[in-house]
Write a protein that binds this ligand. Structure first.
Ligand SMILES: [Zn+2]
Length: 299
């Protein structure tokens, strides 16, 4: 039943999908809560300044909390985002798909196997390039990951390099955003491996993560993706819009390890801005006791 939910009603066809939810069993939460000390910190004053430290740890902490609350209010949030616990020292075991010959294919993941109360925000395509969004996430110190299609990102890869410098992972979402199962092997290779090359050139890194457009792929897609360096194919459990969040699960709640999908879109595309979408995600997560964590720390 859960597998059906993960596939969002898609027929399995010849797709080899390994549901990794079961892998959560035996994966214990890592005690922590000390915040992500390795996060890049903006100049917004979120980090405890030296003056606070001089007043003693308790006073310094109080000051930092007050500053975080003030930053949150400035971005229209009643409460600051919850701090993510320390990520696991070892990434959870993902179950890779296997081709008939025994060679591993990339692991397909809709929910990260973890017991920690963390969820992951992922943003696709790359059309809207709103600097306010980057500023908001930097000031609130909230991680997210981007999956870029070249035909949209190429207008300004510099925008995405800016978020990369702040710690955001930039990943593959094909050249032209096609329905991959409708292409032959050569066409799929061009779309996936071509974008690997573009991203390596533009960002200095060859992605390990790939998200097929519309979440649609076949076993052939996975084979091709693996051949050009992809190790993980993150799908999603929720999709968020400026005015709502669509849940894959019947209980309409967030769960540990959920992957939330949204898009780089602005007011020209839907009723709101990227900061509006971020506010919806953050309010929902905070109300339900979840922190946003960095997907690349887990997969
Ligand atoms: Zn897309």
């Amino acid at each position: 039943m859960r597998l059906v939910g993960l596939l969002r009603g898609r027929p399995v066809r010849d797709v080899v999908v390994w549901c990794v939810l079961g892998a959560a069993a035996g994966y214990g939460a890592v005690a922590g809560g000390g915040g992500r000390d390795d996060e890049p910190v903006s100049g917004s004053g979120i980090a405890a300044p030296a003056a606070g430290a001089a007043l003693g740890p308790a006073r310094g902490q109080e000051g930092a909390s007050a500053r975080r609350a003030a930053v949150a209010r400035r971005w229209g949030l009643a409460a600051p985002p919850l701090r993510a616990p320390k990520p696991p020292s070892e990434k959870p075991d993902l179950v890779p798909a296997r081709r008939a010959g025994g060679r591993e294919l990339p692991a397909v993941v809709s929910r990260v196997p973890t017991d920690q109360r963390v969820v992951f925000l992922t943003i696709d395509d790359g059309d809207d390039k709103d600097p306010e969004f980057v500023r908001m996430m930097r000031e609130l110190d909230v991680p997210y990951s981007a999956f870029l299609s070249h035909y949209l990102a190429k207008e300004d890869y510099g925008y995405f390099r800016g978020m990369q410098k702040l710690g955001t992972g930039l990943h593959n979402h094909t050249l032209n955003h096609p329905f991959l199962p409708g292409l032959d092997a050569a066409g799929q290779r061009k779309e996936i491996c071509g974008q690997q090359r573009n991203l390596r050139r533009e960002t200095g890194r060859r992605p390990r993560l790939f998200r097929p457009p519309y979440g649609e792929y076949t076993a052939q897609t996975l084979r091709i993706a693996r051949s050009c360096g992809i190790r993980v194919v993150p799908l999603w459990t929720q999709e968020v819009f400026p005015d709502r969040m669509d849940h894959g699960g019947a209980d309409r709640r967030l769960h540990p390890g959920d992957i939330i999908l949204t898009h780089f879109r602005g007011r020209g595309d839907w009723p709101g801005s990227m900061p509006d979408v971020a506010r919806r995600v953050l309010r929902t997560a905070t109300e339900q006791g979840f922190a946003l964590a960095r997907l690349e720390d887990y997969v």
